[in-house]
Design a protein around this ligand. Structure first.
Ligand code: CA
Length: 220
């Protein structure tokens, strides 16, 4: 899942990005409203975390323009404690949820997870395909009850494939949703991750679960 953090306080933006990456999300940062709109136009985000108080174009206007553009992203607004009217306004402008500053990272994470589940219309945090089970809250994968030691990135790839099970997911789509702008754009990265996931699945008896459709992508 790919997230855009729009926040002009550099330290906060950077630590949010770092925290989200540790959870396996792809995270880009926009430090002002103008940059946010450009990035939303170029990339496909599953979620935009949007501070209200931004240089150049303020958060409320950014929210309105993202909604006008029809980009199918969820929006989580960050607001100051005092401003009830901002919160109401934000929801009216199309934000899906808001979080009051200052907040604890674990609460942000819980809201991010909830919004992303809503977005993919797969309301449950536990994903299951046959004997393969992913717990997207705990970031743990199991096959017939045996835990599989996935890295967070492998987990993110597998989670995306599971949420889209039954259809072919292309390399481009995986890159778009699971990697951020820090990625080395050689799709080699994806191949390596898929190979490692497959190796780990094979090791616990889950052979053949993850198939490669030549020239088109991957499918679970
Ligand atoms: Ca701000």
């Amino acid at each position: 899942m790919r997230i855009l953090i729009t926040e002009d306080e550099n330290d906060l933006a950077d630590s949010l990005a770092q925290g989200l990456r540790q959870q396996g999300y792809a995270a880009d940062i926009a430090y002002d409203g103008e940059e946010a709109l450009v990035l939303v136009e170029v990339n496909t985000y599953d979620l935009v975390i949007l501070d209200l108080n931004l240089p150049k174009i303020d958060g409320m206007e950014v929210c309105r323009r993202i909604r006008d553009s029809g980009a199918p992203t969820s929006i989580l607004m960050l607001t100051a404690r005092t401003s009830l009217s901002d919160r109401i306004n934000g929801l009216d402008q199309g934000a899906d949820d808001y979080l009051v500053k200052p907040f604890h990272f674990s609460e942000l994470l819980a809201r991010v997870r909830a919004l992303l589940r809503r977005e993919v219309k797969a309301g449950h945090p536990i994903l299951r395909i046959g004997d393969l089970v992913l717990d997207s809250n705990a970031l743990k994968g199991f096959f017939r009850g045996t835990e599989i030691p996935f890295t967070v990135k492998e987990f993110a790839v597998l989670e995306y494939l599971m949420r889209n099970a039954g259809r072919i997911v292309s390399q481009e789509e995986l890159l778009e949703h699971v990697w951020d702008e820090q990625v080395n754009l050689f799709t080699h990265t994806i191949k390596v991750h898929i190979k490692n996931i497959r190796k780990k699945l094979d090791a616990v008896g889950g052979c053949g679960l993850l198939s490669t459709v030549k020239g088109r992508g991957y499918s679970l």
